[in-house]
Design a protein around this ligand. Structure first.
Ligand SMILES: NC(=O)c1ccc[n+]([C@@H]2O[C@H](COP(=O)([O-])OP(=O)(O)OC[C@H]3O[C@@H](n4cnc5c(N)ncnc54)[C@H](O)[C@@H]3O)[C@@H](O)[C@H]2O)c1
Length: 379
């Protein structure tokens, strides 16, 4: 058994949305041990976060600079080796840069930064220092997403001729219609969220999913966004036409005002020989359709799945696994990379996907602001 990776948490405190997913996922495959960090922006809250999960308060720091300086005093074999960054979007860059400069591996939430320029700077430091940098596009960790990716790359649906990805939520509905309530969410504050709310938060997941499963790149986009109110500075709904680099056309839709929708991420890829569709709210079924043939429903854990999919399930077929398991699989892939073990292609999303996500966000906002024009993404 290899030595566990000593992990520090930045953000993800007891009062956060996403912290619990990362805590459980980090422990799932026995590859990490959380030893300290800065869980919250306020020190007292950080101490409370640490207390709740039994972390020694001596390794809880007032801020990042303090953490980096104090960890240097600890013998290498006990020092934190990797950090996960789970703070709101505007702080990812500064935090990641400091840790990369000090040779820490990184697992960072999306969107990677609040600008493409910042994202590229992180990429260049990561490459210079030869570090592992995962970006947690959570849904890529599902066994049936991995199966879909492999089936498409093996040609089972033929040449891709149409794509359709959507990520629809309705959670912002109760706060968007009242000016006062709008201030209650950092996701609508450009200083924290960046230039986008909906596209940065969930449109990027749909974009990432589309490029992952299709094996293609989005070549061009044309975006039409909706902020709903003039004094709401950020998008909360987006319809984006896409052209892929093989010429296929399609659409990415994302919304936070799709009333009644919960977490409706779907990806549909249509080839000239068949069609595959996967839905996040029903993640253990992958639908495979062909003209004039009965529909096939593939499920996790069966021997007919490819190894990367099969090895992403921990239990025999019929024991549904969900989002915690998907994130656990991403943590496992990143752990293999950190320890220098072999890992599958696409076993965890990397900073390269994070940089592409930032290019997508910037081009989408630009396309809309310039009057819904076609713009090319970087290659
Ligand atoms: N992968 C996904 O599906 C997914 C889902 C939700 C959120 N996210 C991303 O995760 C990030 C956090 O989102 P959230 O919804 O958990 O936010 P949140 O507001 O619920 O929690 C943020 C946490 O970070 C802490 N924090 C803030 N600034 C800090 C700092 N400078 N240093 C240390 N701690 C700090 C806060 O105290 C809090 O504990 C965002 O970038 C978001 O886009 C990703």
């Amino acid at each position: 058994m290899k030595k566990k990776i000593r992990l520090g948490f930045i953000g993800g405190g007891y009062n956060s949305l996403i912290g619990v997913l990362h805590k459980v996922s980090a422990y799932m495959h026995d590859r990490y041990e959380i030893v300290g960090g800065v869980f919250n922006s306020k020190y007292e809250d950080s101490i409370e976060s640490a207390r709740q999960i039994g972390i020694n308060r001596e390794r809880i720091y007032k801020d990042i600079d303090n953490m980096i300086a104090s960890e240097k005093e600890i013998p290498t074999e006990s020092r934190i080796e990797a950090v996960c960054i789970l703070t709101p979007n505007n702080s990812h860059f500064e935090i990641a840069k400091k840790f990369l400069d000090n040779k820490y591996h990184i697992i960072c939430e999306k969107p990677l930064t609040i600008s493409l320029h910042e994202a590229k700077q992180l990429l260049s430091i990561k490459e210079k220092n030869n570090l592992v940098f995962a970006v947690t596009h959570t849904y890529s960790g599902y066994p049936m997403v991995r199966q879909m990716t492999k089936m498409i790359s093996e040609g089972l649906i033929g040449n891709i001729q149409r794509v359709d990805a959507q990520y629809l939520q309705g959670w912002i509905n109760p706060i968007i219609h009242e000016k006062k309530k709008r201030k209650s969410s950092w996701r609508l504050d450009p200083k924290i969220s960046g230039i986008s709310s909906c596209v940065a938060d969930i449109g990027t997941h749909a974009f990432n999913m589309l490029e992952l499963v299709s094996g293609l790149k989005v070549h061009k986009i044309l975006a039409d966004l909706n902020n709903l109110y003039k004094d709401n500075p950020l998008d909360i709904d987006a319809n984006i036409l896409v052209r892929m680099n093989n010429g296929a056309k399609g659409v990415i839709r994302s919304s936070q005002i799709a009333t009644g929708e919960e977490n409706n991420l779907r990806v549909n890829v249509y080839g000239d020989k068949g069609y595959l569709k996967w839905q996040q709210e029903n993640p253990n079924k992958l639908y495979f359709l062909k003209e004039n043939e009965p529909i096939k429903v593939l499920k996790p854990g069966h021997e007919y799945n490819y190894p990367i999919s099969l090895n992403s399930s921990k239990l025999p077929p019929g024991h549904p696994e969900g989002i915690f398991d998907a994130m656990g699989n991403i943590y496992l892939g990143a752990a293999k990379a950190i320890r220098g073990d072999n890992f599958y292609d696409h076993e965890f999303p990397t900073i390269y996907e994070g940089v592409r996500g930032m290019d997508f966000i910037e081009k989408v906002i630009d396309s809309h602001n310039r009057g819904n024009v076609w713009l090319e993404l970087e290659k």
